[in-house]
Design a protein around this ligand. Structure first.
Ligand code: PEP
Length: 249
């Protein structure tokens, strides 16, 4: 089974109602390949999820940017997986480096969240990636393997998991990983899955690249054998997101 190209758009903490409507208009007007070729998932802030879900073209899906680690209750400010399911939101991003680093989300906490979200029927974009310091210390593979292991320790069925490899030094910096740098980590991650989970999971799990992807650099990255799509931040708010989706072909 081939791995269908996947393009996620992470809008982060951006947008007003008017701006969000304009982005949806732009997306709805874009000419893109069919869902047989590419899966597109955009992730607005929580408060805009119902608006985006109800106005977005039907061949694109929506994701939340996070969810709570267990059922709701006395967890002020959190949004539970059950609430996302109730709203008909199919996907959630978990373990984004901005949450790992700014909100101190540990590998174990991220693994618990991935497992809980999956158990409630959500599909998960699970993010991993090293800091510049870790890369310069030569520990990139060790870091992403430990992040992936914390998920693998808690998840048996990988059908609804997409991994996003996002080197922290490339996120929002304009400093994209070279296609060879990205391919090297993707290939090591796939080997890790093969050795520690199963050959089937390694062959079927999509591994996205994220970090300063734009309309100009996406084609070269997409040509690499182990890059199965992208998680896009800044450029997902702009018309070039359509070009990035089109790099699937
Ligand atoms: C992201 O936030 O997941 C991301 C990859 O951001 P950017 O594309 O802006 O680097």
């Amino acid at each position: 089974m081939g791995r269908k190209f996947f393009v996620g758009g992470n809008w982060k903490c951006n947008g007003t109602t008017e701006e969000v409507k304009k982005i949806v208009e732009m997306l709805n007007a874009g000419k893109t390949p069919s869902t047989d070729v590419v899966e597109v998932v955009v992730s607005p802030p929580y408060v805009f999820l119902p608006l985006v879900k109800s106005s977005l073209r039907s061949d694109f899906q929506v994701a939340a940017q996070n969810c709570w680690v267990k059922n709701g209750g006395a967890f002020t400010g959190e949004v539970s997986a059950e609430m996302l399911v109730d709203l008909g939101i199919p996907w959630v991003i978990i373990g984004h480096s901005e949450r790992r680093l700014l909100l101190n989300e540990s590998n174990e906490f991220v693994g618990d969240k991935v497992a809980y979200a999956l158990s409630k029927g959500l599909k998960v974009i699970a993010c991993v990636g090293e800091t510049l310091e870790q890369r310069e210390a030569g520990s990139t593979i060790e870091v992403v393997a430990a992040q992936t292991k914390a998920i693998a320790d808690r998840v048996k069925d990988w059908t609804n998991v997409v991994i996003a490899y996002e080197p922290v030094w490339a996120i929002g910096t304009g400093k994209v990983a070279t296609p060879d740098q990205a391919q090297e980590v993707h290939s090591e991650l796939r080997k890790w899955l093969q050795n520690n989970v199963s050959a089937e999971v390694a062959a079927n799990t999509r591994i996205l690249y994220g970090g300063s992807v734009n309309g100009a650099n996406c084609k070269e990255l997409a040509a690499k054998p182990d890059i199965d799509g992208f998680l896009v931040g800044g450029a997902s708010l702009k018309p070039e997101f359509i070009d990035i989706i089109n790099s699937a072909t």
